[in-house]
Design a protein around this ligand. Structure first.
Ligand code: MTE
Ligand code: MO
Length: 373
């Protein structure tokens, strides 16, 4: 049998790509979704397994230069004691490490029909890392938040202008988090990703991680925290990253996108490939459910007519992902594979797209179409 090294020496590039495409060994580069600012998608073969190097990148503006040595995080607004904290000050406040999934709210946008505006992510706008930092709650406690706090606004050092709707000159990327979520254990200010200092692309020297929420809340290049006595109505939670809500007895209104929806994806076999008919085929995938844990993963090789339970999780883990595997024996012909996740609150991925979500929170079931021969 050929070793990995022999393969590298002898296999043509296409065969190597094929090898990693089946997930046998990941060696695929990130997919460029936008050149400038740089936006990169994790290839399916590297999903959840490629580490920091293959972690997707979503940036609205150019990466700002932040000098870690001179860096000061300011905390101001509705607090007793405004703060200016260096990285060393923050590190002295202790460190916690947590495995947390980060998913872009637009992940899966390429599967929307009709096509939607925005980056055309496949399934690879998601990843998981071990994040190390200090709970945001500890910093807020030190600043002494006054009674009647509203949103805690996290402000990035990156800036830019937006044409439609025209912004008042350059605006920073920012996001308000309700005080209760800001104080929750899973909301962190982090300086390490997978045991290494944050890279510039992922927000060095300091970023937020808001466990269980879509990525837009995980502000990178964090420079400022402003506590408000009300909700924040910034661009990134009104025009962008908002969805329609239909309150009873009142007209529809836009509300910020927050928690990650349950989702299962199939990473192997790939769409458009051919699998052997009459033989066992292995199906591999991942699932996650934001603030809830994954309680169940199901699989269908019949386009959703018949479902079988792949796995029931006795101890669902909020904020984390699970890896799953299933097998089936296809008859010759076209195939439509589906997977679906149910969270520990009993919520299952929907069949169809809810258009009130605009171009975000994309977790309807997307079939993998291939054939058996
Ligand atoms: N300052 C700043 N923070 C940001 C963004 C940004 O453009 N600027 N993008 C957000 C979005 S939409 C996502 S999905 C995550 C992506 O984090 P990553 O690039 O480390 O994967 O960062 C978030 N934090
Ligand atoms: Mo995002």
């Amino acid at each position: 049998m050929l070793s990995r090294r022999d393969l590298i020496r002898t296999a043509p590039l296409a065969a190597l790509a094929g090898l990693s495409a089946t997930g046998a060994r990941g060696d695929e580069p990130l997919i460029v979704r936008m050149q400038e600012p740089r936006n990169l998608e994790t290839p399916l073969s590297e999903l959840f397994t490629g580490g920091t190097e293959k972690f997707f990148v979503r940036s609205h503006f150019a990466v700002p230069e932040v000098d870690a040595k001179a860096f000061k995080l300011t905390v101001s607004g509705h607090v007793e004691k405004p703060l200016e904290l260096s990285l060393a000050d923050l590190k002295k406040m202790g460190d916690v490490s947590r495995e947390i999934v980060l998913e872009c709210a637009g992940n899966g946008r390429v599967f929307l029909v009709p096509q939607a505006r925005g980056l055309q992510w496949g399934h690879g706008g998601v990843g998981s890392a071990k994040w190390t930092g200090v709970p945001l709650g500890a910093v807020l406690e030190r600043a002494g938040v006054k009674r009647g706090a509203g949103d805690v606004v996290l402000v990035g050092a990156d800036k830019g202008t937006i044409a439609d709707p025209a912004t008042p000159g350059a605006i920073p990327f920012d996001r308000g988090i309700p005080f209760a979520k800001a104080k929750a254990d899973e909301t962190l200010l982090v300086w390490e990703m997978n045991g290494e200092p944050l890279t510039p692309a992922h927000g060095a020297p300091l970023r937020a991680i808001v466990g269980g929420w879509y990525g837009m809340a995980a502000v990178k290049w964090l420079s400022q925290i402003v506590v408000l006595d009300r909700e924040h109505a910034g661009f990134w939670q009104t025009f962008d990253y908002s969805r329609w809500e239909r309150p009873k007895g009142a007209p529809p209104r836009l509300v910020p996108v927050t928690a990650i929806e349950p989702k299962a994806v199939i990473v192997s076999p790939l769409a458009g490939t051919t699998v052997p008919a009459g033989q066992e085929v292995k199906v591999r995938g991942f699932a996650w459910a934001g603030e809830r844990g994954v309680a169940k993963v199901e699989f269908s090789s019949s386009g959703g007519e018949v479902w079988s339970v792949v796995q029931v999780y006795e101890k669902p883990k909020p904020f984390e992902y699970v890896k799953w595997e299933a097998t089936f024996k296809p008859a010759a012909g076209p195939l439509k594979l589906l997977a679906r996740a149910t969270d520990d609150a009993g919520r299952t991925q929907p069949d169809a797209r809810d258009t009130d979500r605009r171009t975000y929170m994309i977790n309807h079931r997307v079939p993998v179409e291939l054939s058996a021969k």
